[in-house]
Design a binder for this molecule. Structure first.
Ligand code: 6PG
Length: 468
């Protein structure tokens, strides 16, 4: 006999639990299971009155039996082997027409493989990027789906109901086939890394002037009311203003300077390089996290590498720091969208970049006042597919890049590392320089390797007059 639950969910970790409660709260009967069944009673107790819409299943068999047909099961388990293991466990229990949704932070290449294997067996598969952290999953995440139209239609009602809303529109969309949802989520995270690093560098510059965490928190709180309005600006203010209960000190002052990373930032950088559209602000952010782990080497370096002479230029004003961060944010987003466009071309996804911006307008970590403008820019058409060239954003950059330039120069003068800000500026200056310096690179390559070069005044491959 079939069950009556509308949807099943596997994996009651932080994100899975929050998503299951969100689904139940929107009125859908949900069956849940977990690798260790011991978690189930605790979860049902946490659900409170929502428990009446929740069926706790101790095994995958019990989960599938609790579902109405066609069955739809959402996996909220760690990316990689755990996801493959859960798919292997569920697959023999499912029938053609049933739907599997992977809501983890999967590598889109795994999603393409799983999609091909499962769809060939008639099982619909949706790779679903879920953003917004625990609070987003509980109250309304941003949902980036990739897969077949049939898979999407089977779960669309539930996903649209649980998603965040922007001007009444759900931030849940089928963005394209197979790996698109997870690719878009990966690039979202790459932009998230870039934005967080840009913010950290601006914080570092203010701290180097001797300002307290609280004082800097007040600055970010003020900025959040203006053009820098964004979830990441808001939470930066909140964390800088928070005190550590154990010591009474600002909590950021007792946190070790060593950042973790689970891989999506690195994946963005790798895919961007593969596609020939380097996302250099994200690269700087990934590098900064990797370097942060080298605590012993950095401590040794303080004695071994010479400090700057402190006769550097003026300290940046708060207004310049605000504008520099805005310029960096726009440039990081512009790079991220270039990666999306290049992947769409490479994999034939037909990705609608305006739709990507629209699903990021609410619920996700990179939500900001800029995303609606980005969606408009892409709907109107963006020169060369480069967001920074859209008239609206080119004008914002004209207003803010002079400040970015002053801030990067001041950071360099003061010996304060600002790799993401500098990377954003370097991209900007590279793309306003029609004739750069790779003519010299070509000459060098030809000199030592006879690789040949193109001339500006003749067709074909040429060699220089080097002595052999
Ligand atoms: C989100 C976040 C989420 C998670 C990242 C953090 O969109 O909700 O991006 O997916 O917080 O995995 O990644 P790191 O652990 O690599 O910083």
């Amino acid at each position: 006999m079939d069950g009556s639950a509308r949807i099943g969910l596997v994996g009651l970790g932080t994100m899975g639990s929050a998503l299951a409660l969100n689904i139940a709260e929107r009125g859908f009967a949900v069956a849940v299971t977990n690798r260790t069944a011991a978690r189930l009673p605790g979860f049902v107790a946490e659900a409170g009155p929502l428990a009446e819409r929740i069926t706790a299943a101790e095994t995958p068999q019990a989960l599938v039996a609790a579902l109405a047909r066609p069955r739809a099961v959402v996996l909220m388990v760690p990316a990689g082997e755990a996801t493959d293991a859960q798919i292997a466990a569920l697959r023999p229990l499912l029938e053609p027409g049933d739907v599997l949704v992977d809501g983890g932070n999967a590598d889109f290449r795994d999603t393409r493989r799983r999609s091909a294997e499962l769809e060939a067996a008639g099982i619909r598969f949706l790779g679903l990027g879920v953003s917004g952290g625990e609070a987003g999953a509980r109250q309304g995440p941003s949902l980036m789906a990739g897969g077949s139209a049939q898979a999407w239609e089977a779960v669309r009602e539930v996903l649209e109901a649980i998603a965040a809303r922007f001007a009444g529109m759900p931030c849940a969309r089928l963005l394209g086939p197979d790996g698109t949802g997870h690719f878009v989520k990966t690039v979202h995270n790459g932009i998230e890394y870039a934005d967080m690093q840009l913010i950290a560098e601006i914080y570092g510059l203010m701290r180097s002037e001797g300002r307290s965490a609280h004082a800097i928190g007040e600055v970010f709180a003020g900025w959040n009311e203006g053009p820098l309005n964004a979830y990441l600006t808001e939470i930066t203010a909140a964390v800088l203003l928070a005190d550590d209960p154990a010591t009474g000190r600002p909590v950021v002052d007792v946190i070790a300077d060593r950042a973790g990373q689970k891989g999506t930032g690195r994946w963005t950088v790798i895919e961007a390089q593969r596609l020939g559209v380097p996302a250099t602000v994200t690269e700087a952010a990934v590098a900064a996290r990797a370097w942060s782990a080298a605590a012993a080497a950095r401590a040794a370096g303080t004695a071994l590498l010479a400090p700057p002479d402190r006769a550097h230029g003026p300290i940046p004003t708060e207004g310049d720091l605000e504008k520099a961060l805005l310029a960096g944010r726009i440039l990081a987003l512009s790079q991220g969208f270039q990666v999306l466009a290049a992947a769409s071309e490479e994999f034939g996804w037909g990705l609608d970049l305006a739709a990507c911006a629209e699903v990021w307008r609410a619920g996700c970590i990179i939500r900001s006042g800029l995303l609606d403008d980005i969606a408009h820019a892409f709907r109107e058409g963006v020169p060369h597919g480069i967001l920074a060239f859209a008239p609206f954003f080119a004008a914002r950059l004209a207003e803010t890049v002079p400040a970015l330039r002053r801030v990067v120069a001041a950071a360099a003068g003061a010996g304060e590392p600002a790799p993401a800000l500098a990377a954003a500026l370097a991209w900007h200056d590279t793309f306003r320089t029609a004739r750069g310096t790779t003519n010299l690179i070509q000459a060098q390559r030809d000199y030592f390797g006879a690789h040949g070069f193109e001339r500006i005044d003749a067709e074909g491959s040429h060699h220089g007059p080097w002595a052999s």
